[in-house]
Design a protein around this ligand. Structure first.
Ligand SMILES: [Zn+2]
Length: 146
């Protein structure tokens, strides 16, 4: 039994389940109840504009996805920072210390993530065209993740 996640359509309020997408991925699809487009990202179900994603220029599609995903990411990062400040014990620092001290302790892992750069429109197109239709293809999935 594959793991699933619960989703809640932000367009019409319908509830459903989808196969849990690989960690860090963006799953794009349609609500079966209202046909509104959705993005499942970091455990959230976010509303997408079908007109932009189906007929917009690549730049418009990119900007729309970045706005929707970025907004969610900002809210998530806000929460993380608020928790760090509230707990006061993250890295043994208090909230008044500046970012330079935090950066010094980041290490290689964080740097690798930063070096990946933004998702390009070409990558979004490739994902929509080549990878999304195969999301339920067991062999393809295993080729990527086994
Ligand atoms: Zn819906």
């Amino acid at each position: 039994m594959l793991p699933t996640i619960d989703i809640h359509c932000p367009h019409c309020g319908a509830n459903g389940q989808v196969m849990a997408p690989p960690s860090g991925s963006v799953l794009i699809g349609s609500c079966p109840a209202c046909d509104g487009m959705l993005a499942v990202f970091c455990g959230a179900t976010l509303p997408l504009d079908r007109a932009i994603l189906q007929t917009g220029a690549p730049e418009a599609r990119f900007d729309h996805l970045m706005a929707v995903l970025g907004e969610h990411l900002e809210a998530t990062v806000d929460q993380i920072v608020a928790q760090m400040v509230a707990s006061g014990d993250m890295l043994g620092l208090d909230a008044s210390q500046d970012d330079a001290d935090l950066d010094a302790d980041d290490g290689d892992e964080a740097d690798e993530l930063v070096d990946l750069g933004p998702i390009t429109p070409a990558e979004v197109q490739r994902f929509l065209k080549d990878e999304l239709p195969r999301i339920d293809d067991r062999n393809y999935f295993q080729a990527l993740f086994s």
